[in-house]
Design a protein around this ligand. Structure first.
Ligand SMILES: Cc1ncc(COP(=O)(O)O)c(C=O)c1O
Length: 364
């Protein structure tokens, strides 16, 4: 076909490049074991309670899921102390990003996005034909002062990943407070808190206060990370009712499948699994940091379950070398950080295997 049928704004969209399935890497390389430390997943697996809930829900797969995720929303509403109308559950928290863009951005509207950060914000904004104002990170941290300066009266949305991916850094309560102090009325702030449950920092902001004040903010959380349910796709957003009403209008009626709803509800009740996840990070993150330091690799301080570290011009080669040894980590060219690598904290033995392989690869 000689002509393009696609909307013109799609020419600017670089599709998200996910990693290969573990089984495929294993088959290609002829390895008996592959360790995946590339997608910030929970190495402990899903909560056993979530698995049992999925088993129970299987028998009802002939029925459509509950469109409003009644039981899950009721539970979230109790946990947050906000009425159910403040919540919207999505097919992963990714969907909340897409829904916000669909609900609030007209072509030509401006969006402020850090550079680099989680890739889906700019992909979604480009698809909507919005104008992106990129604000560079400062020493791998969000520059909220710079982002505030980039906001104009045409800015409808600002995305803040807190903690950020791929850096793992977070913005503090004080920084967020100054940022929020003087925003134009028409600007919505989207706090993406995908890794919030893993953060161990007293100055990590509590954004619920802005919801209670009725400010135009959207806070998102996910079951993909701390709760170990990436594969089933479920996350949620909390926002003032007026914003939620618009987002509800643009979603598909059955956007969250019934297994996901059951799993998320059970996972919320499994405090033990969440605590085990937090414990693993407390114990293992320092082990990986120490090893990187010993190897002379500079690493960014992370509040999440992954670490971004500097390798140099050989980064891509290193990623390939690790892959050949059955260890998958993330190369960073899509983020324009070609000299860096991101590694997810795994189980103790996985981290040791990573460190050992890294040591050997660096000697080559
Ligand atoms: C910052 C951030 N936000 C959102 C997501 C999306 O998570 P999900 O759609 O699985 O909830 C991720 C996943 O990697 C992320 O790193």
């Amino acid at each position: 076909m000689g002509r393009s049928f696609a909307r013109r704004c799609l020419e600017r969209v670089t599709p998200y490049a996910p990693g290969k399935p573990i089984e495929e890497v294993q088959r290609e390389l002829g390895l008996s074991r592959v360790i995946k430390l590339a997608s910030n997943e929970n190495p402990l697996g899903p909560s056993p309670k979530a698995l049992q809930a999925i088993q129970r829900a299987l028998a009802n797969l002939n029925r459509y899921p509950d469109s409003h995720c009644f039981f899950l929303v009721r539970k979230l509403s109790e946990a947050w102390g906000l009425s159910p109308e403040h919540f919207l559950v999505g097919n992963g928290s990714d969907e909340l990003i897409t829904l916000a863009v669909r609900a609030f951005l007209d072509p030509g509207d401006e969006v402020v996005i850090a550079q680099p950060t989680f890739l889906i914000y700019s992909i979604a904004a480009e698809i909507a034909g919005a104008k992106i104002r990129g604000v560079p990170l400062k020493r791998f941290r969000y520059d909220l002062i710079g982002m505030r300066k980039a906001i104009t009266r045409r800015t409808k949305l600002v995305f803040i990943a807190n903690p950020d991916n791929p850096t793992g850094t977070y913005v503090t309560q004080a920084e967020v407070e100054s940022f929020m102090a003087a925003l134009p009325e028409e600007t919505i702030v989207f706090f993406d808190e995908a890794y919030a449950e893993m953060v161990d920092a007293p100055d990590y902001p509590e954004c619920k206060r802005y919801l209670l004040e009725g400010r135009p903010v959207i806070v998102t959380r996910t079951f993909s990370k701390a709760y170990g349910l990436s594969g089933i796709r479920v996350g949620y957003g909390v926002a003032p009712v007026e914003l939620m009403t618009a987002m509800q209008r643009v979603r598909e009626p059955f956007n969250v499948n019934s297994l996901a709803q059951a799993a998320a509800l059970a996972a919320l009740e499994d405090r033990e699994h969440l605590e085990a996840t937090r414990r693993l990070l407390r114990e293992e993150k320092p082990v990986v940091y120490r090893a990187l330091e010993e190897l002379g690799l500079e690493a960014v301080p992370s509040a999440a379950n992954f670490i971004l570290f500097h390798v140099g011009p050989r980064a891509l080669e290193l990623v390939k070398g690790l892959m050949a040894r059955g260890i998958i980590v993330r190369e960073m060219t899509a983020w324009n950080l070609p000299e860096y690598v991101r590694v997810t904290i795994g189980l103790p033995e996985e981290n040791r295997a990573f460190i050992q392989a890294l040591r050997e690869e660096l000697k080559r």
